[in-house]
Ligand binder design. Structure first.
Ligand SMILES: Nc1ncnc2c1ncn2[C@@H]1O[C@H](COP(=O)(O)OP(=O)(O)OP(=O)(O)O)[C@@H](O)[C@H]1O
Ligand SMILES: [Mg+2]
Length: 763
């Protein structure tokens, strides 16, 4: 065993202020290069110091040190364990390490001078301390283990020792280091408690004196840690084995290896990179239509429907596949689908993944990542802004795919109107799209515009079914009617082709589920960019704000370069969660998801997508008996508004019937007429959601369990129609789905909203 250099490092490490010497030693020995692949097995976060030794910083060292502290991880073991380590015989490496000139720190690394100048210490004690500091932790451990019983100590020393162990048990450093030897965070306190008992029972005076000298804190923690590791390895082999299995099954590093068939292909990736309205999707779709077999992956059902209609009109037979609907076009070789639904089994000539920057989306990003990594297509066209270009470059270098970049500019520049609407909605003009970020505000604006001007408004917001959004868009685009103004939420940012002359921001703040925050610049850009589409009535796009106060923020957002995204989303497949769950019997599914989130390992380019939505549904379904783990997993992804109690109730009902193996009933009536008030409109929105959920479930479970598909389809169409009718007449004050917003509703005059929410926040 190449213990010499490793011991040397350990000794250096256990002394204070020795950091620079240790790092010099590491650099000179090329240890870091060799350890890289192995290191990635332990840590969920990126370690730039490993990939680039010159960036090695003191704070990293503590995390890095296990390899030296843990006596079994010598150079040989590390070489053997790492797959990608340079093919160099371990013995060579050892020789290199050992042949490095010794650093000038005297003896074995821990010098006498480093012990300070305590006059009270005898020469004998000094020598003793140096010896203890430099002893092999394995030997220290064995000595304690084999001792008969502890020697008598002074009261003061016992007290200090108690403090030392208290500090050790609370040390975040020790707890996170322990993970590297598979002692989980939840087991760590128990392990320390046992270690303390063991230590107090048998420890010798000189060791205690040395620890007392170090005192509670860093120095003692680092001295005790390797001894603690030895203790755990002997005392808790089963715990360690169990935790190791668990950690291994939550390994989400190297996700490109999850798709061996895609890896076996030589794929060509074409990144259509540019701002909104620059022709990215148009060009990608040209290739899609030319191909023998193609797939278009859309961020929205609406956009999938648009492409489905468009390419069929142009004579290319295309099917439609979304979570809710399957429309098989006879003899078609093309399919337009939502990105979550794309098959990674099917072979395609050309695939298009639209709005690729959504890879970085905190909840849905995993679907884009999966499509990019897993699609089996000779040619994959990515359309999006430049924010994920760098990370796509990195992913392509991991997958070995060829990457071609095509850069685009906006057809016509977007012009900012500095005059603004001067805070008065009476200044709205034909072709304007007023953007507000809540349903309540959308209806307030519509009400005000229709009351104080001669314009009529169409509305588009997230809770409307795609069919209704399309109907509203058509109404707005059509010049032969009075509906010449659009009031919309951020749902307008993607997809629809709209004849917008000017995008007017009613405000530039939105509620993030917790508080009001400024709308991110990337979103502002995307929405503003909707003004002036090529081929539309208004090819020159304009944008402005309602209030002058907000203008500065709008300009700032539009001037801002695109973000450079560092991480993209990932989510485990069911099989991965199942494997992980096998290590943790007797816990609920939502606890299992939580454990997975806490224990999974990711490498630096990925984050685990948020799954509050999934957890909330998992919690609700906990009491439903008879669902398999896979059923639970699938139910949790149903498109259900978790803030809508009625929708949640129906989902629970569906799951309960399914669990009892009964045919799942829609059990929901159809309203007779369109809505006459906002609460009726809300009710229609909920009903549509429930039916849409039913359709989604019928596509994700055996069809026999959901036998009322035809009925659900008819209901969905009818409700969307009623919603459309209702919106034509909607001229009521908006209500809110939950009590939280009712306070906000008390504002009487729609013109009296805070002057500039962005400004207010800055203050
Ligand atoms: N070469 C072209 N010939 C005719 N029309 C085009 C051409 N390129 C783009 N268009 C039209 O210009 C409009 C904007 O193009 P496209 O939707 O491809 O832009 P985009 O860059 O994908 O925008 P977004 O980021 O908003 O999705 C569309 O209506 C499209 O049909
Ligand atoms: Mg596009």
């Amino acid at each position: 065993m190449a213990r010499g250099p490793l011991r040397h490092l350990l000794n250096l490490y256990s002394t204070k202020n020795n950091f620079s010497r240790v790092t010099n030693f590491l650099h000179s020995n090329r240890f870091l290069h060799h350890l890289h692949p192995f290191e990635s097995r332990f840590y969920p976060s990126p370690h730039p110091q490993i990939t680039n030794p010159m960036k090695f910083k003191p704070s990293y060292f503590t995390q890095f040190s296990d390899f030296y502290i843990f006596p079994y991880f010598n150079v040989h073991t590390i070489c053997a364990l790492s797959d990608n380590v340079k093919k160099e015989p371990a013995s060579n490496l050892t020789e290199k390490v050992e042949s490095e000139p010794k650093l000038e720190c005297g003896g074995d690394g821990f010098t006498e001078s480093e012990l300070g100048n305590e006059d009270t210490w005898s020469e004998h004690e000094r020598l003793n301390f140096v010896q203890i500091a430099n002893r092999d932790p394995v030997e220290i451990y064995k000595d304690i283990r084999d001792a008969v019983k502890s020697e008598k100590q002074s009261r003061a020393d016992w007290d200090t020792l108690t403090e030392i162990f208290r500090s050790f048990s609370k040390s975040g450093w020790a707890s996170s280091q322990a993970l590297a030897v598979y002692i989980g965070a939840s087991f760590f306190p128990t392990a320390v408690h046992e270690f303390r008992k063991f230590f107090f029972k048998k420890c010798k005076t000189d060791l205690i004196k040395y620890l007392v000298l170090l005192g509670p804190g860093d120095g003692a923690d680092k001295f005790l840690f390797p001894v603690f590791v030895e203790f755990c390895i002997e005392e808790f082999p089963d715990e360690i084995k169990r935790f190791r299995k668990m950690v291994d099954s939550a390994d989400l590093t190297k996700p490109h290896t999850w798709f061996p068939f895609a890896r076996a292909m030589k794929r060509k990736i074409i990144y259509h990179c540019g701002p909104t309205n620059s022709g990215k999707t148009y060009n990608a779709l040209q290739r899609f239509m030319e191909a023998k077999k193609g797939v278009y992956c859309s961020p929205l059902r609406l956009l999938a429907m648009e492409v489905f209609d468009k390419v069929n009109t142009l004579g290319v037979y295309c099917s439609l596949l979304t979570g809710q609907e399957k429309k098989d076009f006879p003899f078609s070789n093309h399919v337009a689908c939502t990105v979550e639904m794309v098959s990674t089994d099917e072979l395609y000539d050309v695939a298009v993944i639209d709005e690729i920057q959504m890879m970085a989306d905190s909840s849905r990003g995993y679907a884009w990542t999966r499509a990019l990594l897993g699609l089996k297509a000779d040619e994959i066209h990515l359309c999006g802004d430049p924010s994920v270009l760098n990370i796509v470059r990195k992913i392509c270098s991991d997958t070995g795919d060829e990457l071609v970049e095509q850069h685009y500019e906006r057809f016509k520049p977007l012009v900012i109107e500095a005059k603004t609407l001067l805070g008065d909605l009476k200044n709205v003009r034909s072709g304007d799209c007023v953007v507000a970020f809540s349903r309540r505000e959308i209806f307030e604006v519509k009400l005000a515009i229709e009351k104080y001007t001669n314009h009529r408004c169409c509305v588009i917001y997230g809770a409307l079914p795609p069919e209704t959004r399309r109907q509203q868009a058509t109404l707005f685009n059509d010049q032969d009617n009075e509906f010449d103004v659009l009031v919309a939420s951020d749902a307008v940012g993607m997809g629809l082709n709209l004849n917008i002359r000017r995008v007017v921001f009613y405000n530039l703040s939105k509620y993030n589920g917790d508080k009001m925050v400024p709308v991110p610049a990337s979103q502002v850009k995307q929405i503003a960019g909707r003004a002036g589409r090529r081929g539309s009535l208004y090819p020159d796009g304009l944008t402005t704000t309602l209030h002058h106060d907000d203008l500065e923020y709008l300009i700032e957002c539009l001037k801002k370069p695109f973000d450079d995204v560092k991480k993209v989303g990932l989510f485990p497949f069911f099989e991965q969660v199942e494997l992980f769950g096998a290590q943790l019997p007797n816990i609920t599914f939502s606890q299992l998801l939580m454990e997975f989130g806490e224990n999974c390992r990711l490498d630096g380019s990925y984050f685990l997508c948020q799954h509050q939505h999934v957890k909330k549904i998992a919690n609700m379904l906990e009491k439903v008996q008879g669902l398999s783990l896979e059923d639970r997993f699938n139910f949790c992804f149903a498109p259900c508004n978790i803030r809508d109690p009625k929708a949640m109730y129906h989902l629970l009902r569906f799951a309960s019937s399914y669990a009892q193996k009964l045919p799942v009933n829609i059990a929901m009536g159809m309203p007779k007429c369109s809505a006459r008030s906002d609460s009726e409109l809300l009710d229609l929105e909920t009903r549509h959601q429930v039916v849409s959920m039913y359709l989604w479930l019928s596509n994700h479970f055996e069809e026999e369990s959901f036998p009322y598909i035809k009925k659900a389809e008819t209901m969905a169409t009818d409700i969307a129609h009623l919603l459309g009718e209702s919106l034509l007449k909607a001229s009521w004050k908006p209500e809110s789905r939950n009590a939280r917003n009712t306070k906000l509703q008390q504002e009487e005059d729609v013109y009296q909203r805070p002057r500039s929410l962005v400004k207010l926040q800055e203050k």
